[in-house]
Design a protein around this ligand. Structure first.
Ligand code: HEM
Length: 172
């Protein structure tokens, strides 16, 4: 059940959301289309390896996961024996805690203009081709963990990235 739910529905949501945001933001759509078309001259060239280094494609997918996290809630954790200090608060043992993506990612405390689709906020200095497009938003990117983290973080993350990059770039 974990593989069916985690590996299919979530990915479908991520891809549907990316298409939704691209259609709503024609400028981003155009930049991504140009990136894909200028990087490949045939469909066979679009592979897992060759799509890894497309900066705008990765930026669009990150911004999609931020604005429409396919896993909007947070999976629960139980506070261990003896309790714990979590984010500065003393929490007794046995309590259930969770950090929902849906609170963290659209929050203006973490992201500037959180309701606006800006893939450029994810471009890095190393993405030299698109350096001119880069936008420094002063975001708290450490708040962004769409795949969660720790020993129970998503085991399918590499597969999910491969599928998202391949499907979206082939479609475009
Ligand atoms: C965009 C796609 C995906 C997102 C955003 C995502 C996100 C997540 C998140 C937030 C968790 C919860 C981790 C936690 O409790 O801390 C999780 C768990 C999990 N994911 Fe994914 N996932 C994606 C795709 C996939 C794929 C493609 C697979 C496998 C085919 C997969 C398999 C799993 C499994 C088995 C778990 C449970 C891990 C555990 O409890 O140890 N996921 N995922």
């Amino acid at each position: 059940m974990a593989i069916v739910v985690a590996g299919s529905e979530i990915l479908t949501t991520a891809l549907a959301s990316s298409i939704h945001f691209l259609l709503q933001n024609p400028e981003s759509f155009k930049i991504l289309l140009e990136e894909v078309h200028s990087s490949f001259s045939s469909e066979e060239q679009i592979t897992s390896a060759s799509t890894t280094s497309l900066p705008y494609l990765n930026a669009v997918l990150n911004e999609t996961l931020r604005m429409a996290p396919p896993f909007p809630g947070g999976l629960h954790r139980e506070v261990p024996k003896g309790g714990a200090i979590i984010a500065g608060y003393a929490i007794p043992e046995g309590m259930t805690v969770s950090v929902p993506c849906w609170s963290m990612f659209p929050s203006a405390s973490n992201f500037t203009s959180p309701d606006i689709f800006v893939p450029e906020r994810w471009l890095k200095d190393a993405d030299s081709k698109l350096e001119s497009e880069q936008v420094e938003m002063g975001d708290k990117k450490e708040a962004f963990h769409p795949f969660s983290l720790g020993p129970h973080g998503c085991i399918g993350q590499p597969l999910a990235w491969m599928e998202m990059r391949l499907i979206l770039s082939r479609l475009l």
